[in-house]
Write a protein that binds this ligand. Structure first.
Ligand code: GLN
Length: 186
């Protein structure tokens, strides 16, 4: 199984390393041709506005829209979640909008307020979760399944083939969140 990681900005290497530990083929995606044959695609944490600008510049926006239409699962972590959300309550634009949630950018606080905690993920159990200027889900549509919360705030969700998490599974050794995504990828 081949899984791509959008590799224009953000914590790409950590995602690739986690996927390699699970013995799937992990490929950094910088150009449209690198989307070919993927069973799933990860959009990493970083800076959503910068990632979006670079995706446009690289001609990747439409090919990723096509990938989504074709039913290939997508997993957005932190900035990746912002990119996949239908609405951003404190930002004037929206990006892909593939999952019916409204997110608030930087809701967990500033960079210096970054923290590691544990969250209870439905079907998995307790996993370590690192929050860095993380988005929180402020609204979720009826088709959205909330998979985890932190202090009453939804921080992980799924709708169809789209999975999102506010936190960074790539910054811990726990691979269960990836296993959940790989299951979606078949
Ligand atoms: N605050 C960033 C954004 O909205 C996300 C931060 C992160 O990915 N660690 O783009």
């Amino acid at each position: 199984m081949r899984i791509g990681v959008v590799a224009v900005q953000g914590d790409v290497r950590e995602h690739l390393r986690a996927l390699e530990r699970l013995e799937v083929e992990a490929v950094p995606v910088r150009r449209p041709a690198e989307l070919e044959g993927l069973a799933g695609l990860i959009l990493p944490g970083g800076e959503s506005t910068a990632i979006w600008r670079l995706l446009k510049w690289s001609g990747l926006v439409e090919p990723i829209e096509e990938l989504h239409r074709a039913g290939v699962p997508l997993f957005g972590t932190c900035a990746g979640m912002v990119l996949l959300a239908k609405e951003i309550v404190n930002w004037p634009e929206r990006f892909f909008g593939f999952i019916d949630i409204a997110v608030e950018r930087n809701a967990s606080g500033r960079q210096v307020d970054s923290f590691e905690t544990e969250v209870e993920v439905a079907g998995i159990g307790t996993v370590p979760a690192v929050f860095i200027r993380a988005p929180y889900i402020r609204r979720a549509g009826p088709g959205v399944e909330i998979l985890a919360e932190h202090r009453g705030q939804p921080v992980m969700a799924r709708q169809g083939t789209v999975l999102v998490a506010s936190f960074h599974p790539e910054l811990t050794d726990d691979l269960r969140v990836y296993e959940l995504f790989l299951k979606m990828c078949g």
